[in-house]
Design a protein around this ligand. Structure first.
Ligand code: AMP
Ligand code: MG
Length: 495
């Protein structure tokens, strides 16, 4: 029987807003700007449950609330100020130009509270030249990718729902708008710290750092230098996050310091992409002409961003040496996580001397033949240690058959060195080599249908991407190589 939650039951979302306990200079209180006749486009059932809402409660009132047309009791909506380095250049003050934080709520299975933020909910004092809106296509991409990354087991902000309206905004052409409701323990960014440092306001910098320590890293408060410990922890999380990105071929596209989460989450989905034909120089954001945020550059940029945070935290930490000590951990944590993930991707349990070369050689072959990153790794897990009878499922993806066959021979020798068991290796590999990723063309198909008011593909994709490591044979179509037209897709920052 359909059970529809009534309006009073939205009261079960007991909102607080701990960010609002910061001094008022950190944000501006304001209400979202309503959109005409909003409708529901997509809903994440796991996130509904996480914040204690019944997925069936997504009625008209739900839609009004999560478009910003109606406020939940106790809302203290606000937009936060921050600054940042964009494409390596100090950009000065930015801030939530189109995002409004409603507050935080209790979450299932955790003592952490989760913040609810509307993205695309109208102009704020930080909108600069923007209109405070987000277009349908970019909102669908953010909604789907937030949940897809969570499915992959990668730290990320989450998405509760996406609502839309027929109201238009101007981009290169008129487009309809949408609102994504994002969830994260915090949306504080590296740029939030830089803001106070570059504005020469050390008291505010300290208030922010103490707030972050108290709420998100309480265990670090007792360390001899809690600020140094905080920088070390954020550095570790960032390094490990980027190792995860590299391992699934995720490219963020706009790794500016205002898009870097202080909790080490993937944040602010824009012109992101997943690697298809392997090319380490691949740039997913076509406005990034220099390739600053190419796949190959991401680990280095992660480090650069941590250094920018370290610079901002220097007055708190107290000394250059202590700051550098924290930042130097980046390489260690990145390499450790990357090596661990790579070994899992190849199904290798032990770490042996020549593994690095074996792995490097494989990446060279991938690159030379522009083989599909996801498909190749997934199929590699089906090979047998004692027989080459299944080799062609992998070698079929390469042009230079001799080269890949030679590599497969070397790989088999390596498997024998640890008496690798086919079944066990297959399991290990399937748990890190996804079968399903959010390929640009898959998102594009869902977007084009949604532009014609058919939202079914969004729900379908969402369900598949919730379990990207499962075989789901009924959805094999979604794991295939992209069609030819997909190579023409260009994703820009204009969102
Ligand atoms: P991004 O690179 O998308 O993270 O955005 C950089 C900055 O521009 C942030 O401060 C955003 O809030 C702001 N911004 C982006 N798009 C808009 C928009 N349509 N309206 C207002 N602000 C925007
Ligand atoms: Mg941003």
């Amino acid at each position: 029987m359909t059970e529809i939650y009534t309006s009073t039951e939205f009261g079960s979302l007991i909102l607080q807003n701990k960010f609002a306990s910061l001094p008022s200079i950190f944000y501006t209180h304001l209400a979202p700007t309503p959109l005409a006749n909003p409708y529901l486009i997509g809903l994440s059932e796991p996130m509904m449950s996480t914040i204690g809402l019944n997925p069936l409660s997504a009625d008209d009132e739900f839609c009004r609330i999560f478009t910003g047309n109606q406020l939940i009791p106790n809302s203290q909506p606000l937009s936060a100020v921050y600054s940042g380095h964009q494409f390596g250049v100090w950009a000065g003050q930015l801030g939530d130009g189109r995002a409004i934080l409603l507050g935080d709520v209790a979450a299932l299975n955790t003592t952490d509270r989760v913040e609810i933020q509307l993205k695309g909910s109208g102009m704020t004092p930080y909108s600069r030249r923007g209109d405070g809106r987000a277009v349908l296509r970019s909102s669908i991409r953010e909604f789907l990718c937030s949940e897809a990354m969570a499915g992959l087991g990668i730290p990320t902000s989450r998405a509760l729902c996406i609502t839309g309206s027929d109201q238009y905004v101007m981009r290169e052409q008129p487009e309809t708008t949408a609102v994504v409701t994002r969830l994260a323990a915090s949306f504080i960014r590296f740029g939030s710290f830089e803001h106070w440092y570059y504005n020469n306001q050390p008291e505010q910098l300290k208030i922010l750092a103490d707030f972050v320590l108290h709420n998100y890293f309480p265990e670090l408060q007792v360390k001899p230098n809690p600020y140094q410990a905080l920088l070390t922890e954020v550095t570790r999380r960032t390094a490990e996050l980027i190792a995860h990105w590299q391992a699934v071929g995720f490219m963020h596209g706009v790794m500016n310091t205002d898009n870097m989460s202080i909790l080490g989450l993937t944040l602010d989905y824009g012109p992101f992409g997943f690697m298809e034909s392997f090319d380490p120089e691949h740039i997913c954001n076509h406005t990034d002409q220099q390739g600053r945020y190419s796949y190959r550059m991401q680990p280095m940029i992660g480090k650069w961003n941590c250094h920018a945070l370290g610079q901002a935290m220097l007055p708190l930490i107290g000394g250059i040496e202590e700051t550098q000590e924290a930042l130097e951990t980046y390489q260690y944590y990145y390499q450790k996580k990357y090596d661990q993930l790579m070994h899992q991707k190849f199904g290798l349990l032990r770490h042996l001397e020549n593994d690095e070369k074996l792995i490097e050689d494989f990446f060279s072959l991938l690159k030379n033949d522009a083989a599909d990153f996801t498909l190749t790794f997934r199929l590699l897990g089906h090979l047998l240690a004692d027989s080459d009878c299944k080799d062609n499922i992998v070698s079929d993806l390469f042009i230079d058959r001799n080269a890949i066959n030679d590599w497969l021979k070397a790989y088999r020798i390596r498997l024998h060195q640890e008496q690798s068991k086919d079944h066990q290796r297959h399991q290990v590999m399937s748990a890190v080599n996804p079968k399903y990723i959010l390929r640009n063309y898959l998102a594009q198909v869902a977007i084009e249908k949604a532009q014609k008011k058919d939202f079914s593909e969004i729900s379908k994709l969402l369900k598949i991407l919730e379990h990207p490591y499962d075989e789901q044979p009924e959805h094999d179509e979604y794991a295939k190589l992209p069609p030819d037209w997909a190579s023409q897709l260009e994703i820009s920052c204009s969102s």
